[in-house]
Design a protein around this ligand. Sequence first.
Ligand code: SF4
Length: 322
Amino acid sequence: MPALIEAHEVKMYFKPSGIMAGSAPIRAVDGVSLSIARGETLALVGESGSGKSTLGRVLLRLYQPTAGRVIFDGIDITRMPERKLRPLRRRMQLIPQDPYAAFNPRIRIGESVKEVLEVHGVARGEEAVEKVVALFERIGLVPGKEFYNRYPYQLSGGQLQRAAIARAMIVEPDFVVADEPTSSLDVSIRASIIELLEEFRKRIGQSLLFITHDLAVAKLIADRVAVMYLGKLVELGSTEAIMENPLHPYTRALIEAIPKLRIRARPKLRLKGEIPDPRHPPPGCRLHPRCPYATDRCRKEEPPLTEVEKGRLVACWLAARS
Ligand code: SF4
């Protein structure tokens, strides 16, 4: 399948501010290459602080990367000025982690969604209102007219996340970044939100980057999984291959932290400590201070992301050898 969105050696560094001003840059994304095919769902997983959300925003060109290239539908958008990007913005949408952040608390939900249609020149006035009400009805915000006139505080967390999804989907984008869209919701509501995203993906044929720290959620929705650690990709492959046979110690640790995903025949793998400061990533393999298998080589040489079988990439000296 042809790629809709591609990242080539993308880096995103931030200058620290406040009392940290002047210190080393925060290397949120540090040389990531990946692509997402049309109609594909790629789950981007990793702990908090691994750079997932930043990468998602770079792919949407909400951030201009420090280095590397971003290609959308064959067009290099890396340094494209906002004026030229505008017509493409309709085709690329973000569903934020916190649905409350997607809405102005003083504006009715329906008006906020309608505004997206108007900004992108898709519909105006009564026609736009009708489109919003119809979409609300379709995604379970019923009666649609009543929800149109409600304010954000009058919706539950699950209802507001549905409205945030409507805000992104109303313009039928080709590429959607969903940034932890279920993490603030009750377990009982998560499945229905995932079903809703799946329904849109199938109907519109869109490409979805689903950002999550939870591999159990990734398993439900993704065709492929990309695992990120401290600004780098460490493993990439089909969801089935990653879940059944994780090759990178970091991926194994993420899977084994979820009881229902644990492969019981294997000894449990626990990582030591916390994710390090992205201003000062460890030399060699970035996981080495936490990895129980680390050798001298791991401490000195950085393992490249290597294709170990078709479509399966791993950045680990141990995995590349086996
Ligand atoms: Fe662990 Fe070494 Fe593999 Fe890094 S390269 S994950 S430290 S075994």
